[in-house]
Design a protein around this ligand. Sequence first.
Ligand code: CA
Ligand code: CA
Ligand code: CA
Length: 341
Amino acid sequence: MTWPGLKRLIAGIILSTIIAAGGVHADTHQQVQSIEENGYGDHPDLLTWNKVSVEGIILNRPDFMSDATPNQDAPFGPGAWWQMYILGEGNDHAATAVWMGQCYENMLPGGGIYTNQQWLDELYRLSCDPCSGYVFAPGDRVKVTGLLKFYNGKTNINERHDTDPANNFTIELIEPAVGLPQPEVITFDDVKDGNDNFIFDPNRQSGCEYYQGRLVRINDVNFVDPNSWAPDAEMLITDGNKTFPLKLGIGWGIYGGSNNLTEPFDVVGIFDQEGDWKGDYRIWVLNYDGNGKVLTDRGYARYNLPGDINKDGKLDFTDFAWFAERWLECAPGSGGCLDGS
Ligand SMILES: [Ca+2]
Ligand SMILES: [Ca+2]
Ligand SMILES: [Ca+2]
């Protein structure tokens, strides 16, 4: 071989070694969420065992979205489950949900069930960066690597409902505390047509698909039925003309049970889809800080009254009853309570 030929060979070997060391390249969230005309996902790795990586900003605290308390004996469905949304940045106008459950056997025979301790270990593994031990929070920039699975309108990263460690996904820190972006302001007309039906664009350039998974704000709305407020409740908001589904999370500002919003109010939440591939969109608000004007959690309350559990600015029997009702409850993994349980 001539010297120039040998040089090209060496350069080629070095280059391919660098590429191999780089591991899985990151897909955009737009690539992962891409769909066919009927709304079903069309990413090629929905049909392979290749793990896919995406990068973006953590949008939510999983514990405000679902109750992940271990329950290995859950009779139906996944029992305990956990979900985190990862938001694309820059031109990557999409987002991907990362999901797992404890009792896959109820969902997919052969999928297995995590024991309560295994489930807690899995959640702990996913709650912090594997190298540094840094504990994740909303606003962190991370890289998620795992298998893709389409579910009810979204392409998720999950374990394909199998406890086999080969199906694990990983979350790695890229940069801590980058911060949450400002929500994108939308109107009912952006996502609902003249007949109050969801606008569905399979190219995902407009309508509901364009906002799926994104942090959005919708201003000047009323509840259709304010009395349906409850943790995890499905509500409806309206501008007096069109309506949109709103799902409340289980953040403890919502658990307190207080709806003190002055109508009309604004909403900031995650634009989600779960159900029909071309419909069943909703805005998911995971917590409420009691501010009275915007249904969202800005991270601080309207009043600074220690012990005001439902954040209504009053320390009264409601707070006491809430406290008394849960006296001596303790969270799994907290080391047990005074009564030794
Ligand atoms: Ca969709
Ligand atoms: Ca696993
Ligand atoms: Ca109170």
